[in-house]
Design a protein around this ligand. Structure first.
Ligand SMILES: NC(=O)C[C@H]([NH3+])C(=O)NS(=O)(=O)OC[C@H]1O[C@@H](n2cnc3c(N)ncnc32)[C@H](O)[C@@H]1O
Ligand SMILES: [Mg+2]
Length: 431
């Protein structure tokens, strides 16, 4: 590894210091006998000036450089308020690693083209910022989970059954058997709690969703928690404490990156502190009806209905107590109202809607068999999962957070696809 510093390290206080930088040509212009390069690396950008008077050789080489050429430069730091970052490097040495004649991404590139060349677009500073914020959100999650006593586990991705409905399963051939790509690690986390009590995993989850919305991917990163002895209200507290810590810590560590997307519009992020507002499904239906939405009790809330509901809040909030028939088989029936289940979704404000789906699980063997049958599934396909209700069953709850949906809200992105390295949707599998 060459002994270089980063672009972001070139500050006015280094005036007069000799430095070495390695990176890529982000912008280039020529003025008189000078070539101005904006050099890019993982930390950001810095202006580098090649002048004929200082080094004719470096100046001649710099004139040939194309956008995204990879270079190593050496020179002297000069404070200059006119430079993009308040300081520049007056270069007297240039090593061209690879000169690029033509870089395919231009200013007028369409969104679809940018997705076609996602492998080249990832290097753009604005895209790199999204990945830095995503990484920091997960760094914060790991910090919180560790200090709150949760064990990370590593569930299988090759599975034999549906968790969230058979309609969105990706099927694949597994030797002489049939396997599916995991929709959610939940059932396996439920097995893990009998030894570890509080577990979490970050896995790719797969949904053969045909819906082309701004919040659906066919492969997404799924942060899931499961805890023994916790009921729905306990797990909702865990959710709001975890999400609050993730957002506040990322605001602390990545403020400038967040402001690159939100500017000073960060009120809802600052409001992300516990306790989050809680409304029942019944109340949510009433609110939507009062706002003219054509919805009846028992209807599911989709992206459009959630968007309207989020107008009532300026922070993430919970909707709890959904009707049983619109929710998954594993959710525990509400003892006070058999029409409902002990489920809660967390919705992000500003139109983003559901970022977390969670519930208390059915812990009674017979009731779970009945729910599996009601959903038209075969108990024998879930025998291992039913066994968990035969050998020391306990009340337990958990949830799944869609990481890309959280990132999309935090940075106010117009589609979750921008929040993942290589988005997978019904019409996109390449690159
Ligand atoms: N351990 C659990 O209890 C999780 C539970 N089995 C589950 O998968 N719930 S969920 O289907 O609502 O998905 C959870 C979250 O996962 C995200 N999600 C769910 N589906 C998607 C798609 N298709 N694209 C992107 N993100 C998605 C979204 O934020 C949901 O709130
Ligand atoms: Mg859901």
């Amino acid at each position: 590894m060459i002994d270089k510093i980063y672009c972001a390290d070139v500050r006015p206080e280094l005036e007069g210091k000799r430095v070495k930088l390695a990176g890529w040509v982000y912008r280039k212009r020529e003025v008189g006998k000078k070539v101005f390069i904006v050099l890019r690396d993982s930390s950001g950008i810095v202006q580098v000036v090649f002048s004929k008077d200082l080094s004719e050789e470096a100046y001649r080489e710099a004139k040939k450089l194309g956008i995204e050429s990879s270079v190593i430069i050496e020179g002297t730091v000069k404070a200059d308020p006119r430079a993009p970052t308040g300081a520049e490097v007056q270069a007297d040495k240039l090593e061209v690693i690879q000169n690029v004649e033509f870089f395919p991404i231009t200013k007028d590139a369409s969104q679809e083209f940018l997705l076609d060349v996602r492998h080249l677009h990832l290097r753009s500073p604005k895209v790199a910022v999204i990945m830095k914020v995503k990484a920091t959100l997960m760094q914060a999650a790991r910090e919180w989970l560790l200090q709150d006593g949760w064990y990370e586990v590593f569930p299988p991705i090759l599975v034999t059954g549906a968790v969230e409905g058979g309609a969105t399963l990706f099927k694949l051939k597994y030797f002489d058997k049939t396997a599916y790509l995991s929709q959610s690690a939940q059932l396996y986390l439920e097995a893990a709690i009998f030894g570890l009590e509080k577990v979490w995993s970050l896995t790719p989850s797969f949904r053969a969703e045909k819906s082309r919305t701004r919040r659906h991917l066919t492969e997404f990163w799924h942060l899931e928690l499961e805890a023994a002895w916790m009921d729905l209200w306990d797990i909702m507290k865990v959710e709001e404490e975890l999400v609050s810590y993730m957002v506040q810590r990322t605001l602390e560590l990545r403020r400038s990156e967040i402001e690159l997307y939100r500017k000073d519009d960060i009120k809802t992020l600052k409001n992300t502190v516990p306790p989050f507002p809680r409304i029942s499904y019944d109340e949510a239906i009433e609110v939507l009806q009062s706002k003219g939405v054509n919805i009846e009790w028992g209807d599911d809330m989709g992206a459009d209905e959630e968007r309207v509901l989020t107008e009532e809040f300026e922070s993430p909030f919970f909707v709890y107590g959904y009707p049983k028939h619109i929710k998954a088989f594993y959710m525990k029936e509400d003892p006070s109202d058999p029409r409902k289940v002990l489920a809660a979704d967390m919705l992000a404000p500003e139109g983003y809607g559901e970022i977390i789906g969670g519930s208390q699980r059915e812990d009674d063997y017979d009731k779970l068999v009945q729910r599996i049958l009601e959903e038209g599934m075969k108990p024998e396909d879930y025998q291992w999962y039913l066994d968990l209700r035969k050998y020391g069953s306990v009340p337990h709850s958990g949830f799944g957070l869609g990481l890309e949906r959280l990132v999309a809200w935090v940075l106010k992105l117009d589609h979750v696809r921008w929040a993942t390295l290589f988005p997978r949707t019904p019409s996109r599998l390449y690159p």
